[in-house]
Design a binder for this molecule. Structure first.
Ligand code: DGY
Length: 352
């Protein structure tokens, strides 16, 4: 009897091997999803969305990765959701053979070498549009706080120095009816201008080219040269992208062309302003004050800023409302999904 089953495998062995087969298949299901890296902490809804399409490696500890760690983590990945703290250059790309797309959670993309991406056939994307209003609002927070010396006055009060009302206490700069000079008249610059209409300001702007008359009209703004803007504005606010062309757009020479009563606002990128020259100008009274959300070599800002009373400082948070940061991360995720599904991502930056 036994011999008649010779050559047949026992049932338990068959069952075990079928189970192994099933497990292999289900593993293969998940292995077949492209692997992607999310380099910094993001919102759960974004991770959940990405997990529908990809095998996701995330970074819940939110510790920024240096270039070596980033390339190790990206070695076997097809895509990445990145932030401005991740430098994507030719060296990194040469170490990531499977990489097809890097999707920045930011509108600025000076952390990405676009030429190197194009050569490596890696798509690069950003998140334009979704943060304009929020960044414009925050620019106004900086303008008002700097013009009216809000943080300086608050520190005085918190330190227990306030001993009563004084006529000449914390005399500031009037914002209403002042002249607002906007460097960079793209989407964010225009939002800042529209908010200025409520303050009945004179609005002037400078950019590499004039915007169409209907936009000027909607923003109540007039084009002027760089020199005219610096000489006329009571408040100079910067909204240009960072590139070799805008490196130190505002340096010693430009600061000297500004009025001694004027203030400078920067919520664009560190490097657009020469921070050492600005510190000098704030010390000497070349200009009255500055409101800064971005710095050269951030997060290690020049420590001399901390010694100055006439500067309002914030840690690169202009776009940081909950709604907007979710929108930015979600838009970056949608770009990644499109890129790895053979579609043109909505915010592709380099030619493909
Ligand atoms: C951007 O989107 O470029 C912002 O600076 C990120 O905060």
């Amino acid at each position: 009897m036994r011999n008649s089953f010779k050559g047949l495998r026992p049932f338990s062995e068959i069952l075990f091997s079928s189970l192994m087969q099933a497990e292999k298949l289900s593993n293969r299901g998940s292995l077949m999803k492209p692997k992607v890296l999310v380099t910094r902490e993001v919102f759960d809804e974004v991770l959940n969305y990405l997990s529908q399409y990809f095998e996701v490696t995330s970074n819940p500890s939110d510790i920024p990765m240096d270039s070596n760690t980033l390339s190790e983590k990206l070695y076997d990945k097809e895509g990445a959701l990145i932030t401005l703290s991740d430098k994507i250059d030719a060296t990194l790309l040469s170490r990531c053979p499977n990489l097809k797309a890097v999707c920045n959670i930011a509108v600025g993309y000076n952390n990405i070498d676009l030429d190197a991406c194009t050569k490596a056939r890696v798509m690069a994307t950003n998140t334009p549009g979704v943060l304009d209003d929020t960044t414009g609002d925050f620019t106004w927070a900086l303008i008002l706080a700097t013009a009216r010396r809000l943080t300086e006055a608050e520190a005085y009060l918190r330190n227990g120095q306030w001993d009563g009302w004084k006529l000449k206490q914390f005399l500031g700069l009037d914002v209403h009816h002042a002249t607002l000079g906007i460097f960079g008249f793209g989407r964010i610059g225009q939002v800042v201008a529209k908010r200025a209409i409520g303050f009945e300001m004179k609005i002037i702007y400078h950019d590499i080219q004039e915007v169409p008359p209907e936009i000027e009209k909607a923003c109540h703004a007039n084009y002027v040269s760089k020199e005219e803007l610096l000489a006329q504005a009571d408040i100079v606010t910067i909204h240009v992208p960072y590139s070799p062309a805008t490196y130190h757009l505002i340096g010693e020479r430009e600061l000297e062309q500004m009025k001694p009563t004027s203030i400078l606002i920067n919520a664009s990128r560190g490097g657009v302003v020469d921070d050492s020259a600005l510190i000098d100008a704030l010390r000497k009274g070349t200009i009255a004050g500055a409101g800064l959300d971005v710095f050269e070599n951030e997060p290690k800002l020049n420590p001399h800023f901390l010694e100055l009373k006439n500067v309002v400082l914030s840690p690169h948070i202009a776009s940081s409302s909950r709604n907007t940061r979710v929108k930015m991360a979600m838009l970056a995720a949608q770009n990644l999904v499109a890129a790895l599904n053979g579609k043109t991502p909505p915010n592709l930056l380099n030619p493909f």
